[in-house]
Design a protein around this ligand. Structure first.
Ligand code: S3P
Length: 174
């Protein structure tokens, strides 16, 4: 487990990989506080992510997300789940690389479309997947996979596992 200040563990991965539920399972398992940058962004903006995308646009969302990640990496001592696209930001990439290099644990929750699809569905909370969610998800995952793999210190394939089981798999990797 991480010996650095800041989060004990950071979860990254695409929408539908179970970051939020696995974060809760880890929090319960290790008795740690859980934080989620999507929720932090919503609290700061005072509106839902889908509303930010519609009213303000994706660049505004990404800027709020960049700040949320930076602040959480500085001050949260627990389990931290990042929004699926947070890793695309250059500053966030630098921060996560430094965090990993200092002994921090960044887990890539890997998942195949078949297992992610039922979770993401047509959820309005994920504006980037509107239209054809399956095709959009595949395109996102293809573009992001190299980034998730580069930034992660641990990769866990979550297919077919319940959140508590994924938490156990992660623990075995530490
Ligand atoms: C996004 C993923 C969402 C949310 C936003 C953008 C993305 O979070 O941050 O809709 O770009 O993949 P989840 O990964 O928790 O669904």
């Amino acid at each position: 487990m991480s010996t650095t200040p800041g989060p004990r563990i950071v979860l990254v991965g695409p929408p539908g990989s179970g970051k939020s539920t696995v974060a809760l399972a880890l929090g319960e398992r290790w008795q740690l506080a859980v934080r989620d940058t999507d929720s932090d962004v919503e609290a700061t903006a005072g509106k839902a992510i889908a509303e930010i995308f519609v009213a303000d646009g994706e660049p505004v969302f990404r800027a709020l997300e960049r700040d949320a990640v930076r602040v959480a990496l500085e001050e949260h001592d627990g389990v931290l789940a990042l929004g699926g696209g947070a890793v695309l930001d250059e500053t966030t990439q630098e921060l996560l690389t430094a965090y990993g290099a200092e002994g921090g644990t960044v887990v890539f929750l890997d998942v195949t479309l078949a297992h992610a699809a039922p979770r993401v569905g047509f959820n309005q909370a994920r504006p980037l997947l509107l239209g054809n969610p399956r095709a959009q998800w595949q395109a996102l995952m293809e573009a992001r996979r190299p980034v998730y793999e580069r930034l992660a210190t641990v990769r866990v394939l979550t297919d077919g596992h319940r959140p508590a089981d994924v938490a156990e798999l992660i623990e075995q990797e530490l």
